[in-house]
Design a binder for this molecule. Sequence first.
Ligand code: CTP
Ligand code: ZN
Length: 150
Amino acid sequence: MKELKIQPIKNGTVIDHITAGNAVKVLHILGIPTSSSSTVSVAMNVNSKYGKKDIVKVENRELDPYEVDKIALIAPKATINIIRDYEVAEKHRVKLPEEVIGIVRCSNPTCVSNSREPVKSRFIVLKKDPIQIKCYYCEREPEDIAERII
Ligand code: CTP
Ligand code: ZN
């Protein structure tokens, strides 16, 4: 029988296989608790087939694709499980696009994407796991991507 660390949920989203230690960053991306009153449970450093992982369960809420792209940046192995009436109705592996647009702020203060010009930030994905990205405009490679998510 499977060991249950946290209760199954009836409806909502389970973000599973989060890189251990990154659950708090996922909560931040989802605007929890600041702009969301959903019931949320978090498990950290859970043993799994592939080593330690974190899990975040958000009740009565399905994530939008923009949030899923942000999660891919900090948890490249994460799965998004949509739960309906206690069943896993959908399971998606997060997927990083070739380019990340409007999601991460460039670490170069003089980059055109940080100027008054209406230029959205744009990064080329060099490596997916661990993630490595390069600014399309100034070629700067930000170190702590999670800190720079808009
Ligand atoms: N889950 C949940 N509530 C439910 C159903 C599932 O919280 N009503 C959680 C499970 O605990 C698990 C995740 O959703 O963390 C995915 O469920 P499931 O696909 O059944 O688990 P696995 O087969 O282990 O998933 P994977 O193969 O992706 O590791
Ligand atoms: Zn730049």
